[in-house]
Write a protein that binds this ligand. Structure first.
Ligand code: ZN
Length: 321
């Protein structure tokens, strides 16, 4: 067996302090505790590095979110109101600061990917981000970690052509909204069909807007869809689209809530599917981007499945092609 690639896990203990009210809320600190436990069991432990990010500077956050929104977010957290905008978006006193740290993980990951493109880089963050829009918190998300990272990669390193693959069970409406008019950022999402699933966007007909027409690809799957449907979509749609687009860097939105045991969706993926995705994604990054690839955690709420799926995905990422 060849040695696995070096695995860099970027996370921060303060992510556990983002308070979603305790008890009933599915987006709980236990999610990251489960991932942290699984991290200890990955192969080649001598080649696993953990790294703490710095908070993202407001100037980077404001490439995606409005200043007024950031002020309202900070004030709401500090006022102890309990939630922001909608009761789904539970928050505590420290959530604003922790969200800046979560956005910072992607930026640290990108700095590292530029120095060490051969490493497999996973940002284990909370709160998640892909539903957050310019001026709206949604679906447990406050700052759009992936969209902020994409702008950073473009502006700091001049990697203008970026692809984002989002395999969370839900459509990343916030990422799509940020880049639907951009021909330089290709957003590809495989998710449960919006007729049946939150947030109700991500129809196949949504291809992008204006000069961004053609660089949004939504692949909605019917409830009950499993590994075979994802593998087919990946092979027949995602891989050819990226071969045409030729991205310079790749960002992955890794949500594990499509697992058959996760009741946040009606999808029926196995844990093994995530190993397949990890392998194919690493191969895409090597083929098109000289290995420049980072992964950022989104959803995944059934704890044992989340841990197992994370472990499978990371094993796939680390296998050299
Ligand atoms: Zn999700």
């Amino acid at each position: 067996m060849p040695l696995s690639k070096t695995f860099v896990y970027i996370s921060h203990p303060r992510y556990l302090e983002h308070d979603t009210g305790g008890g009933e809320h599915p987006e709980s600190p236990e999610r990251l505790e489960e991932i942290n436990r699984r991290l200890q069991t990955l192969a080649d432990p001598g080649r696993i590095v953990t790294q703490k990010p710095a908070p993202a500077a407001r100037s980077w956050i404001m490439r995606i979110h409005s200043e007024d929104y950031l002020l309202r977010f900070e004030e709401t957290a500090l006022a102890g109101l309990g939630y922001f905008g909608h009761p789904d978006n539970q928050l505590g006193y420290d959530t604003y600061e922790i969200a800046l740290l979560a956005a910072g993980a992607g930026l640290s990951g990108i700095d590292l990917a530029e120095q060490e493109p051969a490493a497999a880089i996973f940002c284990g963050v909370r709160p998640p981000g892909h539903h957050a829009e310019k001026a709206m918190a949604l679906g447990f998300c406050f700052l759009n970690n992936i969209a902020i990272a994409a702008r950073y990669w473009q502006e700091k390193y001049g990697r203008r052509r970026l692809a984002i693959i989002d395999f969370d069970a839900h459509h990343g409406n916030g990422i799509q909204a940020a880049f639907e008019e951009s021909p330089e950022v290709f957003y590809l999402s495989i998710h449960e069909h919006p007729t049946f699933s939150f947030p109700g966007t991500g129809y196949a007909e949504e291809h992008g807007v204006g000069s961004g027409l053609g660089t949004t690809m939504n692949i909605p799957l019917l409830p009950g869809a499993g590994d075979r449907e994802v593998a087919r979509a990946f092979t027949r749609r995602v891989e050819p689209a990226l071969a045409d687009f030729r991205p310079e860097a790749l960002i992955i939105g890794a949500g594990f809530d499509g697992h058959r045991l996760d009741d946040m969706s009606g999808l029926a993926y196995s844990s093994a599917l995530y190993r397949f995705l990890g392998q194919r994604i690493a191969a895409l990054a090597e083929r098109h981007c000289e290995g420049r690839l980072i992964t950022i955690l989104e959803g995944g709420y059934h704890l044992p499945s989340l841990g197992e799926s994370f472990s499978e995905y990371c094993s796939g990422l680390r296998q050299s092609s």
